[in-house]
Design a protein around this ligand. Structure first.
Ligand code: ADP
Ligand code: ASP
Ligand code: MG
Length: 405
């Protein structure tokens, strides 16, 4: 008897018909005699609606109450799916993240899983139930409800697959697998049969929202092989696993576009040792993740100063501006500029390690499309550029087609 963890995202449980469809898929595995743990997200749009309601009361609501609020989205779905299964005479029981034994740290809205004690899951499975767990949530050891960051049900599924030593972990979504680029954005994108953890991690953290990046990090760390596939058909999906020799033969695995980034520039920062350390320590202390950083050459001879630009998640922009404004006196910079109208375009592939000239080709394609590059960052297996949002989608198609069609 195999133990399977299946995760269904928001679009797969968007309405009652879709929830019935999920119940039918679960039953297929159940009838084969497998033990099934199902992780579900909130119904499509629910999390966003809850956020909008809270923000209509207060622009920056308390993160503790936001977690309390958002956790209700997944709680609705687990109960509905359990009821759908019971209506088909399949024994099923639902658990919140806390009941499932998911213990996190206390960083509300982006909590990290500390440990999982899946006693109740085992008990329910042993009693013959399909066990349904609310994705995206856990609780601190003091009993406060936390959430695991947007898209966090993926992490719940992968972490449970690891804790339960599941034989199979399947992430069901609304596309057939992981593509060379978001198929909604690039019609020529192709489905990948397999992708390495490192490539998936880069694609995910650079905007391919098909998997939450933290969940891929977790899968890599604990060696959880998982499959991304459609909840709407039986087509084979994409296997995400450790790198194999043959993967290096492909130079570029995929392209992603992140439109959820913003750029902040500090103008006229005194060019002295310790300034960047102070700025980024303060941002980190406020749980703001910074990604690309560019500091230009000093200008001015009497009091040399620099401009310091960095990118961050768009929802953190207002918080970052507040933090930086609070440091104006201490640091003595001239101004803070914030730009939400950017996109980060990236190309990813483990084969880039052993090939040169990829960056030059990206820049050439962007130049031909009349796209100005604002920032650049590279690693062994990726190249990212920040560009204006108006041109971002067109640029993504151009770069994708230059490398991957
Ligand atoms: P779920 O509700 O199942 O969690 P998401 O909306 O989070 O689903 O993720 C699925 C979506 O990810 C797809 O509908 C697709 O538009 C988008 N996506 C972005 N990049 C990719 C990619 N490289 N491959 C597949 N899908 C992608
Ligand atoms: N409902 C949460 C979100 O919308 C978690 C998830 O869908 O995975 O981000
Ligand atoms: Mg998702």
């Amino acid at each position: 008897m195999a133990l399977i963890v299946q995760k269904f995202g928001g679009s797969s449980v968007a309405d009652i018909d879709r929830i019935r469809n999920v119940a039918n898929r679960v039953v297929e595995y159940r009838h084969r005699g497998d033990q099934v743990v199902v992780v579900v997200s909130a119904m499509k749009g629910v999390t966003d609606n809850l956020i909008d309601m809270a923000k209509s009361l207060m622009p920056v609501p308390s993160e503790r109450e936001m977690d309390m609020l958002l956790a209700t989205g997944e709680q609705t779905t687990i109960a509905l799916l359990a009821i759908a299964l019971q209506s088909m005479d399949i024994p099923a029981a639902s658990l919140t993240g806390a009941q499932a034994g998911i213990v996190t740290d206390g960083v509300h809205s982006k909590a990290k899983i500390r440990n999982i004690t899946p006693k109740k899951i085992h008990a329910l499975l042993d009693a013959g139930n399909v066990t349904i767990v609310a994705g995206f949530q856990g609780e601190t050891s003091e009993g406060h409800i936390t959430t695991l960051g947007r898209g966090g049900s993926d992490l719940t599924a992968i972490a449970l697959a690891s804790a339960l030593k599941a034989d199979l972990c399947q992430i069901f979504t609304d596309v057939d697998g992981v593509y060379t680029c978001d198929p909604r954005l690039v019609p020529t994108a192709k489905k990948l049969e397999e992708v390495s953890y490192d490539e998936m991690l880069e694609l995910a953290s650079l905007g391919a929202r098909v998997m939450q990046s933290r969940s891929v990090e977790f899968a890599k760390k604990f060696g959880v092989i998982f499959e991304v596939r459609s909840s709407l058909n039986d087509n084979p999906g994409t296997l995400v696993k450790e790198e194999t020799q043959s993967m290096e033969d492909v130079v570029i695995r995929g392209v992603s576009l992140d439109k959820n980034q913003a750029k902040v520039t500090l103008i006229g920062v005194p060019d002295e040792p310790g300034m960047a350390a102070r700025v980024f320590q303060q941002l980190a202390g406020s749980a703001i993740n910074v990604d690309m950083i560019v500091q230009n050459v000093s200008h001015g001879t009497d009091t040399p100063s620099t401009d310091l630009s960095f990118t961050l998640d768009k929802p953190d922009m207002a918080k970052a501006q507040n933090v930086l404004e609070g440091m104006r006196g201490e640091i003595g910079f001239a101004d803070v500029l914030a730009d939400e109208n950017i996109g980060k375009l990236s190309i990813v592939g483990v084969g880039m390690r052993s090939h040169s000239g990829i960056a030059a080709k990206v820049f050439e394609v962007l130049a031909a499309a009349g796209v100005n590059i604002q920032m650049i960052s590279t690693s062994e297996i990726k190249i990212s550029v920040v560009i204006a949002i108006e041109k971002a989608e067109e640029a993504t198609r151009a770069v994708h087609d230059a490398f991957l069609s």
